[in-house]
Design a binder for this molecule. Structure first.
Ligand SMILES: NC(=O)c1ccc[n+]([C@@H]2O[C@H](COP(=O)([O-])OP(=O)(O)OC[C@H]3O[C@@H](n4cnc5c(N)ncnc54)[C@H](OP(=O)(O)O)[C@@H]3O)[C@@H](O)[C@H]2O)c1
Length: 292
């Protein structure tokens, strides 16, 4: 039995779909408010709970052999990116039958970004998992291709693309399907065991390449709106007066906008060697999902 947290999220939903296509038993950890009917139809067993509650995590871990931690943090990094993962690791050890733990971290988790709670929580969990004695694979993805689908749909309608910060920053967008495949194969591929792997797509893109790809797909001239990064700084300072929690969340967002998140050609070659398949380009992913 696989336990998948974040089963209704971008990565988790794709992981559950792929596991069910392979006829694996899946327990999907969802909230009562989550949109989980698709997972149920695919034959996943639905576990309703909240990752902020230790008891729910304990119950969800009963009799599972593989744990895939793919949940997001809902603006509460301490409870969800950090504490929920620590508890998942602790209960995985207690139940004693967990053979492998896959943790979705983030590219750059080890760069020590002081102002980005998500990155700090991810690094702390990585270290805890490494020292846990469990078999693990830690995947550090760059941006997910599925995040771009709503932006592509808006582009299709309007031709507009908003790009905050430096258009020349480099990124390696990963196909969400390729990432899900790596997540699942991590539990069986020996070369992925007890590894931390940077995960990106096959090409290093500039952020300004994304509207160009949209333009190519839809055969439409892009109108790029490019506000400078200090807009976010202004917003953060203003928010600090009213909502310090939101100010911290914007810290992670700013870190994502202000820095480069790409994989080297060696890292990509390493991934393709370990998992034994060719990664798909962003354009290919978008064309498949947008049916163009
Ligand atoms: N998206 C990216 O580009 C990217 C890049 C690098 C790393 N990552 C990491 O990859 C992981 C998954 O990202 P994603 O984009 O697939 O996530 P996502 O689409 O934002 O989904 C987040 C998931 O977490 C669940 N969740 C949030 N709070 C919860 C709670 N209290 N109890 C139970 N479930 C809860 C959500 O459930 P609901 O459906 O109920 O909201 C949803 O299923 C995250 O850890 C993220 O940091 C993402």
């Amino acid at each position: 039995m696989y336990l998948v947290t974040g089963a209704t999220g971008g990565i988790g939903r794709t992981v559950v779909r792929l596991l069910r296509e392979r006829e694996m038993q899946v327990r999907a950890f969802v909230r009562l408010t989550s949109r989980y009917s698709e997972l149920e139809h695919r034959g996943a067993s639905i576990f309703i709970g909240d990752l902020r509650r230790e008891k729910d995590i304990q119950k969800a871990c009963q009799d599972v052999r593989y744990i895939i931690s793919a949940h997001g943090s809902d603006n509460d990094s301490l409870s969800l990116d950090y504490r929920a993962n620590i508890e998942l690791i602790d209960f995985a050890k207690t139940v004693g039958v967990v053979e492998h733990f896959v943790f979705i971290s983030v590219l750059g988790a080890d760069r020590g970004y002081e102002d980005a709670p998500v990155f700090k929580a991810k690094r702390a969990v990585e270290q805890y998992l490494e020292a846990s004695g469990l078999n693990y694979t830690i995947l550090r993805p760059a941006g997910l291709a599925s995040n771009l689908l709503p932006l592509a749909e808006r582009f299709r309608e309007t031709g507009l693309y908003v790009l905050i910060g430096d258009p020349k920053n480099r990124t390696s967008i990963i196909s969400t399907d390729d990432l899900a495949r790596m997540v699942i194969d991590s539990v069986t591929v020996a070369a992925a065991r007890n590894q931390i792997l940077s995960v990106g797509g096959p090409e290093i893109l500039l952020r300004e390449d994304i509207p160009r790809i949209f333009s190519h797909i839809f055969n439409k001239e892009p109108v790029i709106i490019n506000p400078p990064l200090f807009i976010i700084d202004g917003l953060r300072s203003a928010l600090g007066f009213f909502n310090p929690q939101q100010q911290k969340v914007l810290g992670t967002f700013r870190t994502l906008l202000a820095n480069e998140f790409f994989c080297t050609p060696q890292e990509i070659a390493n991934l393709e060697r370990i998992f034994d398949f060719k990664l798909e380009t962003l354009e290919n992913f978008l064309r498949r999902y947008l049916a163009v």
